[in-house]
Design a protein. Structure first.
Length: 439
């Protein structure tokens, strides 16, 4: 995932053709021909066909020891028991609130280790290096969510700035991720979307939010790192889109520093993606687009029903898949002007982008075309994409156990919603254990 390159790989073919022409015409070959040949070779390394097997568990779990694999199998097995996940989520939140002494230790040694890099940046270093040794990059995500005080917002900003500085010194970390609700009060965002006028207090509060966002984006631009801003609930998304677009206009002139997130399960997001692209072209900046299906489906539908307005979510999975894959095609078709990330655990969507890149003869490691999956999930996608030469990263949350509990509960609930006796994650881990003869 070479988001921090100068774009030299894009010109590999050009240099190769130029070099061959100079040789054949008898003209002097460029002094740095060896370097140019290496650049060209990085493009020509992979054939113009796609050999990508997402069922190759040998590649998917090469980074895991037998002990780690067994632990994953046990954990995903528990997550397949829906009643247990539901009960555990309720008890876990209650126990954390009551400061029960044993809870953090249990969480840390089970679900936390599966889905998080560590409690601090330094603690995450080993995980980052293991991923990078296997051709996978890291997107750092400080696990704090839904803060409500200025003190907390500033703390989250400072942590984001530390993550940017950390990333600038580590080639394995091209991007950090941030949630606007870690930097701004939910109620403020909601009131802005409702069109409520500012008073002196909320105007000052909003300006503080913009200063925090600008500090993060400025630091990222200076340190040659990029920032993903997550999408959130639809009833606060308009001010989020506005602020992130403002940051893109300011910092995406020469490269893609700032990425907005497009939740393609929403009925209006495909058009919003196109509109965002047209605005970027008109105003002379590069669009940063991370595509996801979405994480608040039940919440969105329930609120729409309760408040009696049309659900913003597509009526079924097929419609969401169609919107998502159309968005992928749009981003690949316009890759010169859009830095995109296919942030999906869907096999067909990942294969689609890989196929398009190969068929269009675009360098597989072009900095504008990327994939990512959550750490601890879909290793069959991540590591097989990496082996095939594509830019791919793991989304790696980190932070104190207490802070990342809401994130961990969502991961457990997502895995428990897969139908059948075993989730895909569990099935693939068991498959690899059998291959190793440890099942």
């Amino acid at each position: 995932m070479r988001w921090r390159t100068s774009g030299s790989t894009l010109y590999g073919y050009y240099f190769w053709v130029k070099l061959e022409y100079m040789k054949s015409s008898g003209k002097p070959v460029l002094k740095n021909k060896e370097k140019l040949e290496r650049m060209a070779q990085s493009i020509l390394e992979y054939p113009n066909t796609l050999d990508l097997d997402f069922n190759n568990t040998s590649v998917a779990f090469a980074h895991k020891t037998d002990k780690e694999l067994k632990k994953s199998a046990w954990l995903f097995g528990l997550m397949n028991r829906h009643w247990l996940v539901g009960l555990g989520a309720k008890l876990g939140v209650t126990a954390i609130r009551l400061h029960l002494p044993f809870v953090e230790s249990v969480v840390k040694n089970t679900i936390f280790d599966q889905f998080c890099g560590g409690t601090t940046l330094l603690d995450s270093t080993k995980t980052i290096q293991t991923l990078h040794n296997n051709g996978v990059f890291t997107i750092l995500d400080y696990g704090a969510e839904a803060k409500e005080t200025e003190e907390d917002f500033n703390k989250t900003m400072r942590e984001s700035l530390r993550a940017i500085e950390f990333a600038s010194k580590n080639v394995a970390v091209p991007v950090i991720s941030a949630k606007i609700t870690g930097l701004a009060r939910f109620g403020l965002l909601e009131s802005i979307q409702k069109g409520e006028p500012f008073n002196a207090e909320t105007r000052s509060e909003y300006r503080s939010v913009l200063k925090r966002l600008d500090a993060i984006c400025y630091s990222a631009e200076q340190h040659k790192v990029s920032v993903f801003f997550d999408a959130e609930e639809s009833w606060i998304q308009i001010p989020i889109d506005h602020m992130v677009t403002l940051m893109m206009k300011r910092y995406n002139k020469k490269r893609v520093v700032v990425y907005n997130t497009f939740q393609m399960y929403r009925t209006d997001r495909l058009q919003f993606l196109i509109d965002s692209f047209n605005l970027a072209r008109k105003e002379g900046y590069l669009l940063g687009a991370k595509l996801v299906r979405g994480a608040y489906m039940d919440k969105e539908r329930e609120r729409a029903e309760n408040l009696r307005y049309p659900s913003p979510i597509h009526k079924d999975k097929a419609a969401t898949d169609e919107a998502y894959n159309t968005g992928i095609r749009f981003c690949v078709d316009n890759y010169q002007y859009i830095g995109s990330c296919n942030a999906s655990h869907n096999t067909e969507s990942n294969r689609l982008q890989a196929d398009l890149i190969v068929k269009k003869n675009i360098p597989r490691n072009h900095p504008h075309l990327n994939f990512c999956q959550l750490y601890g999930m879909s290793d069959n996608l991540t590591f097989n994409l990496a082996k095939a030469g594509f830019n791919v990263a793991k989304y790696l949350p980190y932070g104190p156990v207490r802070e990342v509990i809401p994130y961990l509960i969502r991961r457990a609930q997502e895995n428990s919603t897969v139908t059948g006796d075993m989730s895909r994650e569990h099935r693939l881990v068991i498959q690899e254990m059998k291959r190793r003869g440890i099942g």
